[in-house]
Design a protein around this ligand. Structure first.
Ligand code: NAD
Length: 509
C-alpha cells in the first residue's frame, strides 16, 4: 500500500500480472487540487497498451484458471481483499482526497462501506453458481436447467469523484462471477484503483484476471469500448461520454451498462420546520463538494416557507469549513482540477445573467492556505426557474439552485422536467404523501427524509439519460452474467412430441 506523502513516486500500471510502464514511456502529472502542486506522475497508456491489457484478460478468460475456479476458492481471495480494504481504509481515503479534492472524511464514509460490498457480492455469486432446476410449467415435463455464466472479458471505466466507491460498485460483481477485467480509473484519480490491483495480486488472484491501466479516456477508454475481444463494458461517467461508449461498442454489440449524469430534485414540503428544511436542502449537496452524480442540486421548496428556507440554507451552506481535502476538519474541499473550477464559475455567471439571486458564495476562494488551490465558495441561488441553465445542466460543484413550487402536482412536474433520472428526494413528515411523491418521480433512487445513505443490497442506477442497468443490489452480480437455458430430455418426452410435429407431417392424434 502506497502511504500518503506530499509527493509520491511515479506509479505503474498492472497488465497480465506485471507492474509495467506505458509502452511509449509517456507519463502525465496529477496536481493536488488543494495545493496546486504536482502530487504524482502516472502512466499515460495509449490504445496499444489498452489492447495488451485486453489480450491479457482475453487469454485469462479463455485459458486461465479464474473462470473455472470454484466459487469457494474465488471467495477466499475476495475475503482477503475485503480485510485489506478494512485495514487500509484511511490510506485509501488520503490518496483519493489528494487527487480529487473531496474531503478525506467524505471518502471515509464511502470506503468503509465497501468491504461488506465485496462480501455481499461473494454471497450472491455463491447462490448464482447453483443451477436453477425447478420444473417449468411450459417445458413439456422436462427437467430443465437455467445456469448463469460469466459474460467473458469486462472493461470497467469510472469517473474521478469518489474513485474507490465507483470501482467497488462494479469490480467485485464483475470479477466474482468469473469474468476477467480491464479496469481504467479516471485519469485525475487513479491511485486507489491501482492499490486494489495490488490487493488482489497479494491475495492470489491469477495473472491476467484483473488488469488496471491509466491514461486518457478518449484514447484508452475508446479502445476498451471498441475492441471486439471485449464482451461487456461497464461505464460510469458523463451522459455525453456514455453515448460515445454506446456508439463505439456497437461493432460487436457487446453488453453495455451505464451509470451517467444527474440533476436530482429535492422536494421539500412545508410541514417541515424551516430549520429542518434548510438542513435537508444542504445535506443533498453536502457530499463530495457537490461533485456527486446523485446530489440534490435542484432544491424545490414549497412557496409558503421558500424565502425563509433559502435564507437559512445560505447561512448553513455558506458557513461550512472550506479547506485542504486532506484535513479531517474540512467539509468542502477544492474542485478536482482548475478546468472544473472554471466550469463551475462559468455556471455561476450564467445563473446571475439569467436572473437568479445569489445568496452566498459565487466566487473562487484564495485566502491563506487556499491560495493555490481550486476552491469555489459554497454557493446558493434563489429565484431559480427550471428553465435556467443552472437548473437544467449538471454543474458538478458546490452550487444549490432553489426553485419555489405551490402544489404537490407542480413539484412533481418540475421534478420530472429533466433529461436525467438518477435520483430524487422527498422531505415531509406525511408518510402517505412521501411514498406517493417518491413513486411519481421518474428516477432510480429516491431519498425520503434523508440523502446519501446507500446500501450494497439496494440496486443503484438511473432512468432516462442517467443510464442503463443497475449496479449492486440483489441483481448486481447477475448483471455481469449470461443466462443459459438447458433442456435435458432424458425421458424422451419433448423429442417425441417434436418428432411427431416436425418429422411426421404434424399428425397430432
Ligand atoms: P467523464 O465521462 O468525463 O469520464 C469518466 C471516465 O470515462 C473517465 O475514466 C474518463 O477517462 C473516461 N472517458 C472519457 N472519454 C471517454 C471516451 N470517449 N471513451 C471511453 N472512456 C472515456 O466523467 P467525469 O468527468 O470523470 O465524471 C463526472 C460525471 O460522471 C458526471 O456526469 C457524473 O454525474 C457522472 N457520474 C455518474 C455516476 C452514476 O453512478 N450515475 C457516478 C459518478 C459520476
Amino acid at each position: 500500500m502506497v502511504k500518503y506523502k506530499e509527493k509520491l513516486e511515479e506509479q505503474k500500471v498492472f497488465i497480465d500480472g506485471e507492474w509495467t510502464t506505458a509502452s511509449k514511456g509517456d507519463t502525465y502529472s496529477i496536481i493536488n487540487p488543494s495545493t496546486g502542486k504536482t502530487f504524482v506522475k502516472c502512466q499515460k497508456c495509449d490504445a496499444e497498451d489498452a489492447k495488451k491489457a485486453i489480450d491479457a484478460a482475453r487469454d485469462a478468460f479463455d485459458n486461465g484458471p479464474w473462470p473455472e475456479m470454484s466459487i469457494e476458492e474465488k471467495t477466499k481471495i475476495f475475503y482477503k481483499v475485503s480485510a485489506m480494504i478494512e485495514e487500509d481504509t484511511w490510506e485509501i481515503c488520503q490518496l483519493d482526497a489528494s487527487c480529487n479534492g473531496v474531503p478525506v472524511s467524505h471518502h471515509n464514509s464511502t470506503v468503509m462501506n465497501m468491504s461488506p460490498n465485496f462480501e455481499y457480492a461473494c454471497e450472491q455469486a455463491k447462490e448464482l453458481a447453483k443451477p436453477d432446476t425447478t420444473e417449468k410449467e411450459y417445458a413439456m415435463g422436462m427437467e430443465t436447467m437455467v445456469v448463469r455464466e460469466p459474460d467473458g472479458v469486462v472493461t470497467i471505466i469510472t469517473p474521478w469523484n469518489v474513485p474507490f466507491w465507483q470501482m467497488a460498485l462494479k469490480l467485485p460483481s464483475a470479477l466474482i462471477s468469473g469474468n476477467t477485467v480491464v479496469f481504467k480509473p479516471a485519469s485525475q484519480a487513479p491511485l486507489s484503483g491501482l492499490e486494489v490491483a495490488k490487493m488482489f495480486e497479494k491475495a492470489g488472484l491469477p495473472k491476467g484476471a484483473l488488469n488496471v491501466i491509466t491514461g486518457p479516456g478518449p484514447v484508452v477508454g475508446a479502445e476498451m469500448a471498441k475492441s471486439d475481444k471485449v464482451d461487456h463494458i461497464a461505464f460510469t461517467g458523463e451522459t455525453v461520454t456514455g453515448k460515445e461508449i454506446v456508439r463505439n461498442a456497437a461493432g460487436n454489440l457487446k453488453k453495455v451498462t451505464l451509470e451517467l449524469g444527474g440533476k436530482s430534485p429535492n422536494i421539500i414540503f412545508d410541514d417541515l420546520s424551516t430549520d429542518e428544511a434548510a438542513e435537508m436542502a444542504t445535506l443533498g449537496v453536502a457530499l463530495a463538494n457537490g461533485e456527486e452524480c446523485f446530489a440534490g442540486t435542484r432544491v424545490l421548496v414549497q412557496e409558503t416557507i421558500y424565502e425563509e428556507v433559502c435564507k437559512k440554507t445560505a447561512e448553513i451552506y455558506g458557513s461550512l469549513k472550506v479547506g485542504n481535502a486532506i484535513s479531517a476538519e474540512t467539509t468542502v474541499g477544492p474542485l478536482v482540477t482548475e478546468e472544473q473550477m472554471n466550469k463551475v464559475l462559468g455556471y455561476i455567471e450564467s445563473g446571475k445573467e439569467e436572473g437568479a439571486t445569489l445568496l452566498c458564495g459565487g466566487n473562487r476562494l484564495q485566502e491563506g492556505e487556499l491560495k493555490d488551490g481550486f476552491f469555489v465558495a459554497p454557493t446558493v441561488f434563489s429565484d431559480v426557474s427550471n428553465d435556467m441553465k443552472i437548473a437544467r445542466e449538471e454543474i458538478f460543484g458546490p452550487v444549490i439552485s432553489m426553485i419555489p413550487f405551490s402544489t404537490e402536482e407542480e413539484a412533481i412536474e418540475i421534478a420530472n422536467d429533466t433529461i436525467y433520472g438518477l435520483a430524487g428526494g422527498v422531505m415531509t413528515n406525511d408518510r402517505e404523501k412521501g411514498i406517493r411523491v417518491a413513486r411519481k418521480i421518474k428516477a432510480g433512487n429516491i431519498f425520503l427524509n434523508e440523502w446519501h445513505v446507500l446500501a450494497c443490497d439496494m440496486p443503484f442506477g438511473g432512468y432516462k439519460q442517467s443510464g442503463w442497468g443497475r449496479m449492486v443490489g440483489n441483481k448486481g452480480v447477475e448483471e455481469f452474467m449470461q443466462i443459459k437455458s438447458i433442456y435435458p430430455d432424458w425421458e424422451g418426452i419433448g423429442s417425441s412430441i417434436m418428432k411427431n410435429l416436425l418429422l411426421s407431417g404434424g399428425d397430432t392424434e
